[in-house]
Design a protein around this ligand. Structure first.
Ligand code: ATP
Ligand code: MG
Length: 298
């Protein structure tokens, strides 16, 4: 990807970025799209390696500069490839500069607080990249598809009205705006896998012994709610896509392609930060020269 150059990356990822939800429709997004590229896996791997190296350089500067932080949110249906994407795209970055949080079923303590509480402790520090494998978006996805989950949240009944989802969207949008204003770059990825491809991947998990451990009966049950999930995703994206916290709706039927889009989107966003190593001032230069002299004369 490093070799492709920024202008090509920009063009390549632009169709998948949503910064204004009003016109967004999920049906316009083809999960099998590969932007006309028919890269073989091997070529795609090479390009990704270039991207991963570039990302490592950018992260090093992000850390040295210590001003911005980067938050990457991954949402998807099961088997869409969240884990693999995170693993491959972030494979080159220094583990010290990056944190991954997976948000699963909330704990009793989580449920005793507002719905943004549990993620609050997990936002990346300046200079770091934070990755959310699932996020507060589950609160307008799984919880919306299964309203009984809302019942466990101990909200005062008076506050549970027909406006609840709209209010959650507003809370999320406000919060993301607040983070953006304080130096967090937010990118949200929806790995858009098709129902057909999910079936294929589930069957693979059943058929290949080394993939058996990944199979979960619950995932197959959730598949039954596909339409409800898609409706919830569409509404969530429509309500929360903004220029400062864009959604990328990533075609995810081809893993090599979704990884390229995700890597490209992160590189694109970080390139815009004008990241640089801090400049050494005159006083510091004198200090370095003195240290060099002292070491040499030992
Ligand atoms: P993998 O299956 O690859 O390990 P995963 O993210 O699917 O990763 P699981 O443990 O299988 O992890 O599933 C986590 C479950 O927790 C998902 O079904 C998700 O919808 C659910 N979940 C996450 N956040 C919430 C929430 N706020 N309220 C209710 N359920 C949630
Ligand atoms: Mg799962």
């Amino acid at each position: 990807m490093a070799k492709i150059g920024m202008s090509r990356i920009r063009k390549f990822i632009a169709p998948y970025r949503v910064t204004d939800g009003k016109k967004f429709r999920l049906k316009d997004c083809d999960p099998a799209d590969t932007a006309g590229l028919k890269e073989e896996k091997k070529r795609a791997k090479e390009i990704l390696t270039g991207g991963v190296n570039l990302l490592a350089e950018l992260q090093d500067k992000l850390c040295a500069q210590d001003r911005w932080s980067v938050l990457l949110i991954f949402q998807a249906m099961d088997a869409a490839g969240k884990d693999g994407t995170i693993k491959h795209v972030m494979s080159g970055v220094n583990p010290q500069g990056c944190e991954v949080y997976s948000f699963k079923t909330p704990s009793a303590e989580d449920l005793d607080h507002d719905f943004l509480w549990r993620t609050n402790k997990c936002f990346p520090e300046r200079g770091r990249i934070g990755i959310f494998n699932r996020s507060y978006y589950e609160e307008v996805l799984v919880v919306r598809v299964h309203p009984e989950l809302l019942g466990k949240q101990k909200l005062p009944p008076k506050l549970v009205t027909k406006d609840l989802w709209k209010e959650r969207f507003e809370s999320i949008a406000d919060f993301e705006r607040h983070l953006a204003r304080n130096g967090t770059v937010i990118l949200k990825f929806f790995l858009n896998v098709s129902r057909k491809e999910q079936k294929k991947r589930f069957l693979e998990r059943l058929d290949l012994p080394e993939k058996n451990w990944k199979f979960s009966e619950a995932d197959v049950k959730e598949r039954g709610f596909w339409k409800d999930y898609m409706a919830a995703y569409e509404e969530a994206i429509r309500a929360t896509a903004t220029p400062w916290a864009p959604w990328y709706v990533v075609p995810a039927d081809n893993k090599w392609f979704s990884r390229l889009v995700v890597a490209g989107a992160i590189i694109h966003a970080m390139e815009q930060l004008d990241l640089r190593y801090p400049v050494v001032d005159e006083a510091k230069k004198r200090e370095l020269a003195a240290a060099r002299r002292a070491l040499r004369s030992e």
